[in-house]
Design a protein around this ligand. Structure first.
Ligand code: ZN
Length: 81
């Protein structure tokens, strides 16, 4: 699938996922298969004071209740730190 069709999860959805969670808390999406290379990754999303930080990769907006993932080798959206 071309990377252009991958819609990174937006702030509104992240806010919904993190509802009630405070800064510093992390959500982990285990064993997500990278949409491009197929590698299995555990995507961690941490709530920060300025927004959200992604580790190991990024996830997409839920599409038909399915969430896709891209590992840090395949995503060109942001650095994983
Ligand atoms: Zn990948």
């Amino acid at each position: 699938m071309p990377i252009q069709e991958f819609n990174v999860i937006n702030l509104k959805t992240l806010n919904r996922f993190f509802l009630g969670n405070s800064v510093g808390e992390t959500l982990i999406f285990n064993k997500m298969g990278c949409d491009q290379c197929g590698k299995y990754i555990n995507v961690e999303i941490q709530k920060t004071s300025g927004g959200y930080g992604f580790l190991n990769g990024v996830i997409s907006e839920p599409l038909n209740e399915k969430i896709l993932a891209l590992c840090c080798n395949c995503n060109g959206f942001r650095d994983s730190k």
